[in-house]
Design a protein around this ligand. Structure first.
Ligand code: FES
Ligand code: FE2
Length: 423
C-alpha cells in the first residue's frame, strides 16, 4: 500500500492577488456588471495563484478512463505545472500518482501513455509496482530506518464521473458527485463512459485559459466568426439550463433540416447516441465545468475539451471526439465530417481569443460590458471573481433570458418551410 504518511507537502496558502474591490464591478447583476479586470489575463502573479489554489486544489478533470482500462495501462495527465500517472492496477483499481521518483526526485515516466508491468526509474532503476509500492532497491539493505513500504509513489485522490477522470490534489474536497452539484442529473440518461474516442487534436493557443472558457460560453460571436456553425445552430436559438454547481450549461437548437454539427450538417448515418430523447436529437448541449473542461454533447457524438494553462497568455487545448462504439465497428463509420467541422470552428475560436489576449493588454482597454446574450459568460466570470475575492460570498446571478425559446425555433422553421413552399 502507498503509505498515507507520504501525502504531498502542504502548499502554502498563498493569498489571492486580486482583491474583492478589484472584482466588485464584475460581481454585479449582469445588466450592470463589467467584465473581469484585464490584468487577470496577463499578470504572472495571478496566474501562479490560479495554478496553486485552483488547479493545485480540489477536483479538476484530467482525462478519460478509457485510456487506462487494462491492468498496467496508463496515461500521463498534466495538472498544475506537473504530471500525474493515471494507471490501472493489477487489482483493477484506477489510481493516480505524482510522476516523481521517491529516491532523488527524477521524473519517473516520460512516455505520455502505454502499458507497463511496473514503473522503473530511468535514473537509478528504483522499481514501483502498479499500486505504487517500492520494491526493495539495490544497496539499501543496510540503511538505518529505511522501510521500502514507506517510500511508495505519492498517490493523488482520484474519482470518475461518466468516464471522465478527476483528481483532487487537496485531498480534502467533498466526494466528486457532491462537488459536481446538479451536473450529474443532466446526464443520468446517458452512459458517456461507454463512448470511445475517434479523434484527438491538441492546440497551442496564445490566450489565457479564462478567455477560452468565456468564448465557449456565448454564441454572440457566432454569426461573424462561425458562419458554418451559425447556419446549423443559429446563435440566438437556445437556452440556458439551471445550474447549482461548478459549471455553466446551455443548449442550442439544431435547425430541422440538419442532423448534427458537421461540415454537411448530416450525421453520416450515425444514429443518436443511446439515451437521447426526442428533444435531445435536435440539440447540442454545452457545459463548461470548473475550471478547465468543456463538454459538448451532440445528437450523435460527444466532444470534450481540456484546457491546460501553461502561461498567462498560453494554453494547451486538447479536443477529443467520442462516438458509440457499436457505430465505430461499422465499415461505413466515418467521423471526419464532425471532426473537421469542429477543427475549423476551434481554430476560428482560438483566433478571436488570441485577438482578445493581445487587445486586453492595451493601456486603453477598460473592462467591457456583457451583452444580453452573454449571461453564461458572466456566470463563469462570477465563479472566477468570487474565488479571487475569497470572502465567502457567492454572488447570485441574475439570469437574463438569453435566447429564443424552442417556440421561436418552431416559428422560424415554419417560416422557412413557407419560404421553401413559395419558391
Ligand atoms: S532518482 Fe529514481 S532511482 Fe534515483
Ligand atoms: Fe465560438
Amino acid at each position: 500500500m502507498v503509505d498515507a504518511s507520504v501525502s504531498p507537502r502542504p502548499r502554502s496558502a498563498s493569498a489571492s492577488p486580486v482583491s474583492a474591490a478589484e472584482v466588485a464591478a464584475t460581481r454585479q447583476p449582469t445588466s450592470r456588471a463589467h467584465l473581469l479586470p484585464p490584468r487577470v489575463f496577463h499578470d504572472p502573479e495571478v496566474f501562479a495563484y490560479e495554478q496553486d489554489a485552483w488547479y493545485g486544489g480540489g477536483w479538476v478533470s484530467v482525462g478519460r478512463e478509457e485510456d487506462a482500462l487494462a491492468p498496467g495501462q496508463y496515461f500521463l495527465a498534466p495538472r498544475a505545472g506537473e504530471t500525474f500517472i493515471v494507471v490501472r492496477g493489477a487489482d483493477g483499481v484506477l489510481r493516480a500518482f505524482y510522476n516523481v521518483c521517491r529516491h532523488r526526485g527524477a521524473t519517473l515516466v516520460e512516455e505520455p501513455c502505454g502499458t507497463v508491468p511496473r514503473f522503473q526509474c530511468p535514473y537509478h532503476a528504483w522499481v514501483f509496482d502498479l499500486a505504487g509500492r517500492l520494491r526493495t532497491p539495490r544497496h539499501t539493505e543496510l540503511l538505518e530506518g529505511f522501510d521500502p513500504a514507506e517510500w511508495g509513489l505519492v498517490e493523488a485522490r482520484l474519482a470518475t464521473w461518466q468516464g471522465i477522470v478527476y483528481l483532487d490534489l487537496s485531498g480534502a474536497a467533498p466526494p466528486l458527485e457532491d462537488y459536481l452539484g446538479d451536473l450529474p442529473p443532466h446526464f443520468v440518461r446517458f452512459d458517456l463512459a461507454a463512448l470511445r474516442r475517434a479523434g484527438r487534436i491538441d492546440y497551442d493557443v496564445a490566450a489565457n485559459w479564462k478567455a477560452l472558457v468565456e468564448n465557449y460560453l456565448e454564441c454572440y460571436h457566432c454569426p461573424g466568426v462561425h458562419p458554418q456553425l451559425n447556419k446549423i445552430t443559429p446563435y440566438d436559438m437556445g437556452q440556458y439550463l439551471p445550474w447549482q454547481g461548478p459549471f455553466c450549461g446551455s443548449f442550442m437548437d439544431v435547425l430541422p433540416e440538419y442532423e448534427t454539427l458537421s461540415l454537411s450538417g448530416a450525421a453520416a448515418g450515425r444514429p443518436p447516441i443511446p439515451g437521447m430523447t426526442a428533444a435531445d436529437r435536435h440539440r447540442v448541449y454545452y457545459f463548461a465545468i470548473w475550471p478547465n473542461q468543456l463538454l459538448s454533447l451532440h445528437p450523435d457524438y460527444l466532444m470534450l475539451h481540456w484546457l491546460t494553462p501553461l502561461e498567462p497568455g498560453r494554453t494547451i487545448v486538447r479536443c477529443e471526439w467520442f462516438f458509440d462504439p457499436v457505430e465505430m465497428t461499422k465499415a461505413e463509420f466515418d467521423p471526419s465530417d464532425a471532426i473537421e467541422f469542429w477543427d475549423l470552428t476551434n481554430r476560428q475560436d482560438w483566433s478571436v481569443c488570441e485577438l482578445q489576449q493581445r487587445g486586453t493588454k492595451s493601456r486603453a482597454y477598460t473592462p467591457g460590458r456583457y451583452s444580453a446574450i452573454e449571461s453564461s459568460v458572466h456566470g463563469f466570470d462570477l465563479m472566477v471573481a468570487d474565488r479571487y475575492a475569497a470572502d465567502g460570498v457567492i454572488t447570485p446571478q441574475e439570469r437574463i433570458a438569453k435566447q429564443a425559446s424552442s417556440e421561436a425555433v418552431k416559428a422560424r422553421a415554419r417560416a422557412m418551410a413557407r419560404g421553401k413552399a413559395a419558391d
